[in-house]
Write a protein that binds this ligand. Structure first.
Ligand SMILES: Nc1ncnc2c1ncn2[C@@H]1O[C@H](COP(=O)(O)OP(=O)(O)OP(=O)(O)O)[C@@H](O)[C@H]1O
Length: 325
């Protein structure tokens, strides 16, 4: 990646312990301007701790953090001026209406009266909260509160946004709405640092995914690159009779046959050349194919391979089920 000074977020060697519990054991984070970075990890992995350190709410025991070119140790105010933070625990006031919450934020940001009112209305519209704008927060659904929370963060127009588990607890529809909002922010050039326990969320939104486990980043890269690190991709050939299956099996080393399903699986990373050469060989041998499908490992495979966890945590399994339902 490029020079640290050009990064929206650049942190290195972050360590943090609470008592003798080491939560972060040397974490590096580099996020280019305008990129979406997802830190993926199970409950308690230390994601919120990373966000708190990067947003200056917490001081690391060791390491450096540079936000928008400002070292937080020496220029905390300048760093803070560039960021917006939306946490798991909403900062909204339940005794106020949605509009009043936003207006309060506009006042805190010292926006001029008219400018503030316009910004509030614009955000209410963008976040589909116009109808609920003058209702008390206590009547809002969780999805609406999350949207308001994000809208409040955007009053100050931050160029770098931290979203700590923005969709935890949301139903699939609200989650998708939130994803759309995040995508539109990214499309507008906002740098986004997101934490999530949802593999699908990281896959959907992020340019770069870092997997946090045991206080360290155990892997990072694009979603595709991470998937390629995990074996398990294959081409699955379907035959219409046992004879065709047997003759095909004789042509491919390392193939696994399923006599009942009449299928043959060949290891492959899914490159088009692989598929072409398989089809060519079958054609040359005069073997008729019933069908062909590809299997590429998903982030789920990656996560469990990388974190060395044989069993999915119930939270992750549950969230995956909910996210894909
Ligand atoms: N102020 C604190 N004092 C003591 N321990 C803490 C403190 N803050 C966090 N921890 C511990 O650090 C670990 C990491 O917590 P953190 O909240 O960063 O994890 P997380 O990945 O965000 O998890 P979750 O998805 O549950 O929010 C946990 O074991 C937590 O109990």
């Amino acid at each position: 990646m490029t020079d640290r000074a050009q990064m929206a977020i650049a942190a290195s060697g972050l360590r943090k312990a609470f008592g003798d519990h080491v939560v972060l054991d040397g974490i590096d984070v580099a996020v280019g301007a305008g990129r979406v970075y997802a830190m993926l990890g199970p409950n308690g992995a230390g994601k919120t701790t990373v966000v708190n350190i990067l947003t200056t709410l917490l001081t690391a025991d060791a390491g450096t953090v540079v936000i928008a070119g400002h070292d937080v140790a020496t220029a905390g105010d300048a760093a803070r001026a560039a960021i917006g933070v939306t946490g798991q625990l909403s900062a909204v006031d339940h005794l106020l209406t949605g509009r009043e919450n936003l207006q309060l934020m506009a006042d805190l940001r010292h926006l001029r009266k008219r400018e503030g009112r316009e910004r509030v209305q614009q955000l209410l519209q963008h976040f589909d909260l116009v109808d609920a704008a003058d209702k008390l927060l206590s009547t809002y659904s969780l999805g609406m509160r999350r949207r308001l929370d994000l809208a409040m963060t955007l009053v100050g127009d931050p160029r770098i946004l931290f979203l700590d588990e923005p969709t935890t607890g949301l139903d699939p529809r609200s989650r998708r709405t939130m994803w759309e909002l995040i995508r539109s922010l990214a499309a507008g050039g906002v740098t986004i640092f997101l934490t999530t326990q949802y593999l699908e969320e990281a896959d959907e939104l992020a340019d770069w995914i870092a997997v946090l486990d045991g206080g360290r980043i155990v892997a990072e890269g694009t979603s595709d690159a991470l998937k390629q690190r995990v074996p398990g991709g294959h081409i699955r050939l379907q035959f219409t009779d046992a004879e065709a299956l047997a003759s095909a099996a004789a042509h491919f080393d390392g193939a696994t046959t399923d006599d009942e399903a009449l299928t043959l699986s060949l290891p492959s990373d899914g490159r088009p050349d692989d598929v072409r050469s398989v089809l060519d060989r079958l054609e040359r041998a005069g073997i008729e194919l019933g069908g062909l499908s590809m299997h590429t490992p998903d982030l789920d495979d990656v996560f469990f391979a990388l974190t060395g966890s044989g069993a999915k945590t119930s939270a992750t399994t549950d969230s995956l089920e909910r996210a894909t339902r």
